[in-house]
Design a protein around this ligand. Structure first.
Ligand code: HEC
Ligand code: HEC
Length: 186
């Protein structure tokens, strides 16, 4: 082989090995995520959100918000910081590419106020792009987690989305709980 081709080949091999190492490191980091969020996409603890199949852009924003303190949670700020900055977007895509798991939640009646959610969270409530930023999938998420987040928006404990804060403040606690029960059962 000519020296030039040899060198090019060697560089390609080195590049490939570096990519493989980065992928392994990220796989290892993601394995720690499943220890809480569920090895098959859903945790037995329903205060922990389902991540598998969530919208990639939404996951990415939350990881950045936790790192920067725009969304506060002691555990998640340190977990989010365990992902290298250059890996955040790839991590979010890998999580989003997994299948959303089925839960045991039972169907509940649709509250009238659900119609107002569809403009941003999608007509089937599986999330989407909204004028206010990436809106997460709500359909099939745990009711306990959803209720806690709606309460957090309403009381100003979660402050990373102004419109959601105002919307949740305008509802009564039993209306928020009704929305959560309906969404979980979808
Ligand atoms: C020790 C348990 C634990 C581990 C490990 C963990 N998380 Fe979390 N995660 C949580 C908790 C608790 C919440 C809910 C925080 C809240 O109430 O705001 C959460 C929330 C999230 C959310 C927000 C989801 C949503 O619907 O808004 C994302 C995204 C997330 N975690 C990603 C990750 C990633 C990525 C990893 C691995 C690097 C990880 N988590 C590891 C406990 C954990
Ligand atoms: C104007 C657009 C808009 C409307 C309308 C809207 N949302 Fe949202 N919602 C968002 C966005 C954007 C986010 C992501 C916030 C962030 O970046 O953290 C969000 C986040 C949420 C979350 C947090 C989910 C999680 O995984 O942590 C819940 C719960 C939620 N919305 C429920 C609702 C419900 C219920 C309604 C209807 C009563 C509603 N939203 C209407 C835009 C909207």
């Amino acid at each position: 082989m000519r020296p030039f081709i040899c060198a090019a080949l060697a560089l390609a091999v080195v590049g490939f090995a570096a990519d493989a190492r980065a992928a392994d490191a990220l796989d290892g980091t993601l394995a720690t995520c499943w220890s809480c969020h569920g090895v098959e996409g859903a945790s037995n603890d329903h205060t922990l959100p389902i991540l598998w199949g969530q919208k990639a852009k939404y996951i990415e924003k939350q990881i950045r918000d936790f790192r920067e303190g725009d969304r506060e949670d002691q555990i998640m700020s340190s977990m989010a910081s365990s992902i290298k900055k250059d890996d955040i977007s790839r991590a979010a895509s890998l999580i989003a590419a997994k299948a959303w798991p089925k839960t045991q939640a039972v169907a509940a009646a649709a509250p009238d106020s659900i119609e107002a959610c569809k403009g941003c969270h999608g007509s089937d409530l599986t999330g989407g792009e909204s004028p206010e930023g990436p809106a997460p999938r709500l359909a099939g998420q745990f009711a306990e987690y959803l209720t806690a987040q709606m309460e957090a928006f309403a009381h100003g404990d979660r402050r990373n989305q102004k419109t959601m804060q105002a919307m949740m403040k305008s509802l009564k606690p039993d209306e928020r709980a009704g929305l959560a029960a309906y969404l979980a059962g979808l």
